[in-house]
Design a protein around this ligand. Structure first.
Ligand code: PGH
Ligand code: CA
Ligand code: ZN
Length: 307
């Protein structure tokens, strides 16, 4: 069943758990995410970036997700992740997306408000939820305090942003970043800032860049030829704490990519005679699905698919 992010996240906020937004880009990744969610009876957000659309085609991806939603007993949303322009937003809404993110986080505050407000005005009359972003996702280590303040979300501004734009969810920056290399030293997240934002903002809060980069996957990938030295993510205890402090949507891409490609590397290295794509991609789907299941357990959304 296809629903909006708003419906999923309002329930998550009430139930003090988080819903995973998993990035997909083809049939294999979609199957991994949907099968995991169905088996765990969990709500799920299928996240598609503009670059995934460029890779696989909007119509193909939207059709696959809508069909998966029709066939599944759990509620799921079809969400545009990191939308950057109005044109893409309109195309996605026309294609049946139930939720869109407009990422104006690189813009000055007022311009971000204007752009996000426009998206809300376009999306809400069509029953589509909107996620905005305030604060930039960049590593905060070794940065001076002034610089940190410029990157991380300001609680007062967050409250103002939500009032001025009417967004349904807000992505915030408390020290996470995208990709496999989040920290050089010890992981550092600004939980005090999260507490202050939660106090001032009542819409569901979103944590991007939340992959944990599990060491066992890095070791497996490395064993079969990957070069991933220094890869490091967000410890699972930090994710648990963030959920307990009010994060209700968690975005995961990197961990899925790592699991998928480590499995492909293993098959190619251990069975060099193999050339059937199904024999190579099958184990990759399984590996990705296992990671999604672990996330669903970590986020506390298992069994919540009945809402
Ligand atoms: C993410 C994913 N997608 O929007 O924020 O972050 O790179 O940590 O998986 P990761
Ligand atoms: Ca951003
Ligand atoms: Zn993101």
């Amino acid at each position: 069943m296809l629903v909006t992010n708003k419906e999923l996240l309002v329930n998550a906020q009430r139930g003090a758990y988080a819903v995973g937004a998993f990035n997909i880009q083809n049939l294999e990744s979609l199957r991994a995410v949907v099968e995991a969610a169905v088996e765990e009876l969990s709500p799920v957000i299928i996240a598609i970036t503009p670059s995934a659309i460029k890779y696989a085609g909007l119509e193909y991806l939207a059709t696959l997700v809508k069909k998966a939603a029709d066939l599944s007993p759990i509620p799921m949303s079809l969400h545009l992740d990191h939308g950057t322009d109005i044109e893409t937003i309109i195309k996605c809404i026309d294609a049946g997306f139930t939720s869109v993110m407009i990422d104006g986080s690189h813009l000055p505050f007022k311009e971000n408000v204007c752009l996000t407000r426009r998206v809300v005005e376009l999306a809400h009359p069509r029953g589509v939820s909107v996620e905005g972003e305030l604060g930039r996702l960049a590593g905060i280590e070794e940065k001076a305090i002034v610089e940190r303040e410029a990157i991380l979300t300001d609680p007062e501004e967050a409250s103002e942003f939500v009032k001025l734009t009417g967004v349904d969810a807000l992505a915030i920056s408390i020290g996470t970043s995208h990709g496999a290399y989040k920290f050089k030293g010890e992981p550092q997240l600004d939980f005090e800032r999260l507490r202050l934002i939660r106090e001032k903002v009542n819409v569901p809060l979103v944590l991007h860049g939340a992959s944990s980069v599990p060491q066992w996957i890095i070791e497996k990938a490395t064993k079969y030829g990957a070069k991933l030295e220094g890869a490091k993510g967000i410890p699972e205890e930090h994710i648990r704490l963030a959920i307990s402090m009010g994060i209700t949507k968690i975005n995961i891409d990197t961990d899925l990519r790592l699991a998928f490609t480590a499995a492909i590397r293993e098959v190619l290295m251990t069975s060099p005679e193999e050339f059937d794509p199904r024999k190579i991609l099958g184990p990759a789907v399984k590996a990705m699905k296992d990671v999604v299941k672990e996330k669903i357990r970590l986020f506390g959304s298992y069994g919540k698919g009945g809402l």
